[in-house]
Design a protein around this ligand. Structure first.
Ligand code: ZN
Length: 302
């Protein structure tokens, strides 16, 4: 059987049908970014050309399904629960027992009219789609050359920060020297060493002191901005390191660890009738794949 998941509904990337034509994506309506939109179509396409006879289901377990807690009915919004199904068939060739795992929409089962989705979905079908997308996600993280783009970006930001702080410090220094010079002139005027009029010096003094105060405040401001950016960079570094580690662990990890890793990178998986699967990654995961999304999504103080 060919899994013809109806992934790739243009509405997922925010396109509207206008009669026979499709609009350009409308960002406000988008629920999946183009990479995953097209990747999912590609995976489904590949899958249809594969022989599935030798399929095993290593994810069968009593400890819950791989996607327990993350998976929702896309039609009614209810969280799907993991269940085992069992069926015994007796015929001329004997007694056969079949077991399989499903994700079940209890709203559909309990209130028939309230959900347009299916009451159950074969677990392996959805899990395979999610696993393929997650694998390609980690592949992409690996392909970001050793997270070097991130490092380069960090170094750029760090050197910009250092320059801003040095400039602010230099401005404080300059203003302090101007005040000191003026004070020096005031003393010289008092002792008769200078011809400069003390009245003029006294007029200039408040202005110079205000300039020094302003320079000090600016220095404090830059310092705080730098600290905030440093903390953000540190958080990013930590995330990058974790993503890389998870990518290495994932394939051979036991189920419980796989569940944990998925919960860290995936916000939710939605399934609609006919196995339309939508995977929503967490922002912390997405930022490593979409440098632009980060810039657009983050409020930057500048
Ligand atoms: Zn439902």
């Amino acid at each position: 059987m060919c899994l013809r998941a109806m992934i790739g509904n243009p509405i997922d990337r925010g396109q509207m049908h206008l009669g026979e034509t499709l609009s350009e994506p409308i960002e406000a309506l988008r629920i999946v970014d183009d990479y995953y939109y097209y990747k999912a179509i590609e995976i489904i396409h590949d899958r249809c050309n594969h022989n599935r006879e030798n399929r095993q289901n290593p994810l069968r377990t009593d400890a819950g399904g791989l996607l327990t807690g993350l998976i929702y009915c896309g039609e009614c919004g209810e969280r799907l629960t993991f269940n085992h199904c069992r069926k015994v068939v007796e015929n001329s060739t004997g007694r056969h027992e079949y077991r399989w795992d499903v994700y079940r929409c209890f709203r559909k089962i309990n209130y028939r009219g309230s959900c347009a989705g299916q009451s159950t979905y074969a677990a392996w079908k959805i899990e395979d789609v999610v696993l393929d997308v997650v694998r390609s996600f980690f592949d992409r993280i690996r392909r970001i050359p050793e997270a070097s783009q991130l490092k380069a970006a960090m170094r750029r930001e760090e050197s910009t920060q250092a320059k801003a702080l040095a400039d602010a410090a230099a401005a404080v220094d300059k203003a302090a020297k101007a005040v000191a010079a003026l004070e020096d002139q005031a003393i010289k005027a008092l002792t008769g060493e200078s011809q400069l009029d003390l009245g003029i010096i006294n007029q200039l003094m408040p202005k110079q002191k205000a300039a020094l105060e302003a320079a000090r405040e600016e220095y404090q401001r830059v310092l705080m901005v730098n600290q905030a950016e440093e903390e953000m960079l540190e958080a990013k570094r930590l995330q990058a390191r974790k993503m890389a580690e998870w990518g290495q662990l994932f394939e051979d990890a036991p189920l419980s660890q796989k569940q944990m890793i998925l919960a860290e990178i995936i916000d939710r998986v939605e399934v609609r009738r006919g196995y339309q699967v939508t995977i929503k990654f967490k922002l912390t995961a997405r930022q490593f794949l979409e440098p632009d999304a980060d810039a657009a999504g983050d409020q930057k103080a500048s």
